[in-house]
Design a protein around this ligand. Structure first.
Ligand code: NDP
Ligand code: 8X3
Length: 255
């Protein structure tokens, strides 16, 4: 796979940055977006000479901002072949009865609406060119519930079902759609979830060998590099140290 134009949201850290490095190694043309410009500039400098890179400071929650960024792409970056909808976050792990409504709204605005805005801005061009690939980063949290997963898991369930529904709408085109559903992976994810509490974040991974951002980048590269007639619909992966739990049962003290 050479010289595809790849648009990555959330490229300033974690999975997005690892995907940028992996796609750059393969000689692609990259559009790297995130809210923080400094890490994007550092990545651009790091990858200079390997790939042509265009960076855009972009908050995916900003509907007009997303539309403007896509409409304003320079000529050489205009025909996006791969959209990696990766930007996202979890905020908090409280039970629903204690959670903060602002956190819920931020997750919905980012993980659902941001992904919608980017897809809506880029998909018509893919259909017009009759080629393209939308890769959405879902999560095991979208399929398997856990205490405190409430709205975060709900947003990722949206990502899974939206991806499937896109496949239905795109039947008859050569535009592919994939939803990748990782389990626990060590990135800045937990630091963000616990609002900067590094000890609490570290405890999530303590004593385990979690997935890494590079594991996800290899997986993304694999789905994108399948022959053009092969569509990987959903792909769930976990660390060997993670699996499902049994259904929970509450027993009263009375017996
Ligand atoms: P990181 O916190 O390391 O990276 C998240 C990225 O998303 C950053 O680049 C951040 O950039 C960007 N981002 C967050 N909010 C916005 C916004 N409003 N607009 C634009 N960019 C934004 O986490 P991960 O790499 O782990 O997470 C990437 C994706 O993977 C997320 O969708 C997450 O839900 C999902 N995921 C993570 C798992 C994990 O265990 N780590 C497992 C399964 C899925 P910036 O702050 O500069 O805007
Ligand atoms: C991130 C994985 O299990 O922390 O989506 O929700 S988990």
């Amino acid at each position: 796979m050479n010289e595809q134009t790849i648009f990555i949201t959330g490229a300033s850290a974690g999975f997005g940055a690892a995907c940028a490095r992996s796609f750059a190694r393969q000689g692609n043309r990259l559009i790297l977006t995130a809210r923080r410009i400094e890490p994007l500039l550092a990545l651009q400098q790091e990858l200079a000479g390997r790939a042509e890179i265009h960076i855009i400071p972009l908050d995916v929650r900003d509907r007009e901002g997303v539309q403007g960024a896509v409409a304003g792409l320079p000529e050489r970056f205009r025909e996006v072949d791969v959209l990696l909808n990766n930007a996202g976050l979890a905020l908090g792990l409280e039970g629903a009865q204690e959670a903060h409504l602002d956190d819920w709204e931020t997750m919905v605005d980012t993980n659902i609406k941001g992904l919608m805005y980017c897809t809506h801005a880029i998909l018509p061009g893919m259909v017009a060119r009759n080629r393209g690939h939308i890769v959405n980063i879902g999560s095991t949290a979208g399929a398997w519930p856990y205490p405190g997963g409430n709205v975060y898991g709900g947003t990722k369930a949206f990502v899974t079902q939206f991806s499937r529904n896109l496949r239905c709408d795109l039947l008859g085109t050569r535009v592919r759609v994939t939803c990748i559903q990782p389990g626990m992976a060590e990135t800045d994810f937990s630091k963000v979830r616990f609002k900067g509490d590094e000890d609490q974040a570290a405890r999530v991974y303590q004593g385990t060998e979690p997935l890494t951002a590079e594991d996800i980048a290899e997986t993304v590269a694999w789905v994108v590099n399948r022959p053009a007639h092969v569509n990987i619909n959903t792909l769930e992966l976990m660390s060997i140290d993670q699996t499902w739990g049994p259904l929970a049962v509450h027993r009263s003290a009375k017996g």
